[in-house]
Design a protein around this ligand. Structure first.
Ligand SMILES: [Fe+2]
Length: 389
């Protein structure tokens, strides 16, 4: 039987031409690595979770030389509810299996929040995020696991090596309506979003020359549903989303939802006004800098884009997969569970890889699906925001 679309990885011609095969990076070659995994909020809880197991293998191989970053949406569907809620037990279980993977890891571990962790962006989302911060600190025994502290908009600068700085950014703060922390009274340095962007600018200026990894939840480029891309099937048979056998043709009505997401957008979509403004601010800022990798989750797939000599990934398939397209400037996309890993080698090179569970379950370490050397070539002539697409 022909496999459905989602099982096929997509590679650009340019990527295929550049890579006739991938090389194995030996652990001894690695100076430091950062594992980037998003949307881990619905792991298997009654049996071992195949992606978390694979993550444990990668952490165990490099030990203190690898940092783990969870890119948000760590509890589906609505973050960590109050203790009295009937959803609380399930949420705790989902968090516990993730905590089990990182608890004794000798390297650094960071979790940043996504929209689901802020109760899907509802007005009381801040309460949920505060609860999650305390819970993760208490149960992991790692006081600095949750970033940024107090759910502030402050970008958090984390030096990884002399040549690599990670900056954790709380994109959900920008997407969040209603109460959110700001200023001294809430333990934040930034008095506004504008203030936080200025701080990010200052960090980028100060660390120029180094490789900068920006880790957050919302992507700036995506070929998934949050970017308004839906499968053709979804336009004609919209009910298949509710149940895979509900092939009832509703062509016009079916298109309403995908078009709504593409042209009007839910709050968490790229077309949403607040999101658009946030994205434009960041792209404008990045255009003045070199050596940038922007890592996000949010869409449930693995995606790599190279834009204006910067690298953009979506690593949001920690637990689930959803539709993703090829093309539109991407070099690799796949609707499969897995994660990305950035390695700085002892020879100074930076390599980015995408890992997915091995189908035959022969290797707990998984299989390498994508690899590229992240060079920072001299800037090509300055491009406008529109050209960057
Ligand atoms: Fe999300």
């Amino acid at each position: 039987m022909k496999k459905p679309w989602r099982h096929y990885p997509w590679y650009s011609d340019a990527h295929t031409a550049e890579h006739s095969g991938y090389r194995t990076i030996a652990p001894e070659e690695v100076e430091r690595a950062v594992l980037l995994i998003g949307d881990t909020g619905a792991p298997e809880t009654d049996q071992p979770d195949i992606v978390l197991q694979m993550m444990a293998e990668h952490l165990n191989q490099l030990k203190e030389r690898i940092t783990a970053v969870l890119l948000g949406d760590v509890v589906y569907p609505n973050g960590l509810p109050q203790e009295t809620s009937f959803l609380r037990k399930k949420a705790e279980k989902r968090l516990q299996v993730q905590i089990d993977v990182v608890k004794d890891h000798p390297g650094a571990v960071y979790v940043l929040p996504g929209n689901h962790d802020w109760n899907m962006g509802r007005k009381n989302g801040f309460e949920y995020a505060q609860r999650l911060e305390k819970y993760l600190q208490g149960h992991s025994g790692r006081p600095d696991i949750y970033q940024p502290p107090h759910n502030c908009p402050d970008p958090v600068e984390i030096p990884v090596t002399n040549d690599l700085t990670m900056i954790i950014l709380n994109s959900q703060w920008w997407a969040q309506p209603g109460p959110k922390p700001v200023g001294e009274k809430d333990g934040c340095q930034s008095r506004s979003g504008k203030d936080a962007i200025a701080k990010l600018k200052e960090i980028l200026n100060r660390t120029e020359g180094q490789y900068r990894l920006i880790a957050t939840h919302h992507p700036l480029f995506t070929n998934g549903q949050h970017g308004g891309r839906f499968p053709f099937k979804r336009h004609i048979f919209p009910l298949t989303d509710a149940h895979k056998r509900l092939y009832i043709p509703l062509p016009l009505i079916g298109s309403l939802y995908p078009y709504y997401r593409k042209y009007i957008g839910a709050r968490e979509d790229m077309i949403d006004k607040t999101y658009k403004r946030f994205r434009e601010q960041l792209l404008r800022l990045f255009s003045a800098h070199r050596k940038l990798l922007y890592a996000a989750g949010h869409d449930h797939s693995l995606q790599y884009f190279r834009k204006n000599n910067h690298h953009y990934i979506v690593s949001g398939s920690g637990s689930r997969t959803s539709y993703v397209e090829g093309g539109h400037g991407a070099h690799f996309t796949h609707a499969e569970r897995g994660f990305f890993k950035l390695s700085q080698l002892k020879n100074g090179e930076f390599w980015l890889e995408a890992w997915e569970p091995a189908k035959d379950e022969q290797s707990a370490y998984g299989r390498l699906m994508f690899q590229t050397r992240n060079t920072a070539e001299p800037d090509d002539k300055a491009r406008t925001l529109d050209e960057m697409g």
